[in-house]
Design a protein around this ligand. Structure first.
Ligand SMILES: NC(=O)C1=CN([C@@H]2O[C@H](COP(=O)(O)OP(=O)(O)OC[C@H]3O[C@@H](n4cnc5c(N)ncnc54)[C@H](OP(=O)(O)O)[C@@H]3O)[C@@H](O)[C@H]2O)C=CC1
Ligand SMILES: O=C(O)[C@@H]1CCC=N1
Length: 276
C-alpha cells in the first residue's frame, strides 16, 4: 500500500487542498494524524484543523515532517513558496504539484538536489470521492513516487497518467469543467423554473440526470452520440431540444471553453503570463 506510514503535507490550504484532504480522509486510507497543512492565513489553518482534525504548521515545518508534499497555492505564489521550502527539500520526498500551468521542470529548478516531482491536475469533485485527475512524472520521478501520487488521487476518484505536454489541455477540460457543468446545470434549472417547476425539484432532477448520463458514458463505454440517439425518439421532444442547442452552437461553445482555459493555463507560469 503506497500510502502506508506516509505523512502527507499540503502547502496552501484553499479550495483544492480541502477537496483532496476530504477525499483522502473519507477513503480511510490515511488517518488525520498523518496529514499536515499550512496556509498563509491563520484562520484558514484553524478551519482545517477543526474540520478534519489534522495538524497545521508553517510551510518549511510541513515539508520537514512530511514524506509527500502537495503544492496547492495559486500559480502566482509558487515561486515564493518554492524559494521558502527549497532548503527542506530532499530526494526522499515526493513533491506533488496541483498548481495549474506550472511544469515539473520549473519546480525541479528550485531544488539543489534531484527531488521527485509529480504534476497533477485534479478537480474539486475529489471532495465527494468523484474527482477526475491526470498525472505526469517529472524527470527524477520513480514508479514508487508515481504510485504514491496515484494512490492519493485514486482515493478520491479516477486518475490517469498523461504526457506533460497535455497538461494545459487537461486543465482546460477536467480541471476547469466542474465550473462549466455547474453553469450548464444552472441553465437547465432556470429553464424548468421558468416553466413553473420548483427550484428544489428542478435541482435534483438536473443533477441526477447529469450524474446518470455520466455513468452511462463510463459504464457502457459507448460513444456519447450513440447514447444521445437512444434518448431521441423520431419526431419527439428530444430532437426539438437538440435543435435549439444546435442553433445556439453548444458544441462549438464548449470546444472554445476548453481551448480558452488551456491557453490561460499555458500563460500562468511566472515570466509567461500576459496578466497576473
Ligand atoms: N480550485 C480548483 O478547482 C483547482 C485548483 N487547482 C490548483 O490548485 C491551486 C490552488 O487553487 P485553489 O485551492 O482554488 O486556490 P485558493 O486560493 O483557494 O487556495 C490557495 C491557498 O493558499 C494560500 N497561500 C497563498 N500563499 C501561500 C503561501 N506562501 N504559503 C501557504 N499558503 C499560501 C492562499 O491564501 P490567500 O488566499 O490568502 O492568498 C489560499 O488559502 C492553484 O494552483 C490551482 O491552479 C488545480 C485544479 C483544480
Ligand atoms: O481556475 C483555475 O485556474 C483552477 C485550475 C483548474 C481549475 N481551477
Amino acid at each position: 500500500m503506497p500510502l502506508r506510514d506516509q505523512k502527507i503535507g499540503f502547502l496552501g490550504g484553499g479550495a483544492m487542498a480541502e477537496a483532496l484532504i476530504a477525499g483522502l480522509l473519507r477513503s480511510g486510507l490515511v488517518e488525520p494524524a498523518s496529514v499536515y497543512a499550512s496556509d498563509i492565513s491563520a484562520a484558514r489553518q484553524e478551519y482545517l484543523e477543526q474540520k478534519f482534525g489534522i495538524k497545521t504548521a508553517d510551510n518549511s515545518s510541513v515539508v520537514s515532517a512530511a514524506d509527500i508534499v502537495v503544492l496547492a497555492v495559486k500559480p502566482q505564489a509558487i515561486s515564493g513558496l518554492l524559494e521558502e521550502i527549497a532548503p527542506a527539500a530532499r530526494p526522499e520526498l515526493t513533491v506533488v504539484s496541483v498548481v495549474a500551468g506550472i511544469s515539473t521542470d520549473f519546480i525541479e529548478g528550485f531544488f539543489k538536489t534531484p527531488v521527485p516531482v509529480v504534476r497533477v491536475m485534479p478537480n474539486t469533485p475529489c471532495l465527494v470521492g468523484e474527482g477526475a485527475s491526470a498525472l505526469s512524472p517529472g524527470k527524477f520521478c520513480s514508479q514508487p513516487n508515481m504510485d504514491k501520487a496515484l494512490a492519493i488521487l485514486k482515493a478520491s476518484g479516477q486518475a490517469v497518467v498523461v504526457d506533460e505536454s497535455m497538461m494545459d489541455c487537461v486543465t482546460g477540460l477536467s480541471g476547469s469543467a466542474p465550473a462549466y457543468m455547474y453553469l450548464i446545470m444552472e441553465g437547465f434549472i432556470d429553464g424548468a423554473v421558468r416553466l413553473g417547476l420548483s427550484r428544489d425539484v428542478a435541482r435534483v432532477l438536473t443533477a441526477q440526470t447529469m450524474l446518470g448520463s455520466a455513468k452511462m458514458v463510463l459504464e457502457t463505454g459507448e460513444h456519447p452520440a450513440k447514447l444521445k440517439d437512444m434518448v431521441t425518439t423520431p419526431g419527439g421532444t428530444t430532437i426539438a431540444g437538440l435543435y435549439a442547442l444546435e442553433e445556439g452552437a453548444l458544441r462549438s461553445v464548449l470546444m472554445k471553453a476548453v481551448a480558452e482555459a488551456a491557453l490561460r493555463s499555458s500563460q500562468l507560469a511566472p515570466g509567461k503570463n500576459s496578466k497576473t
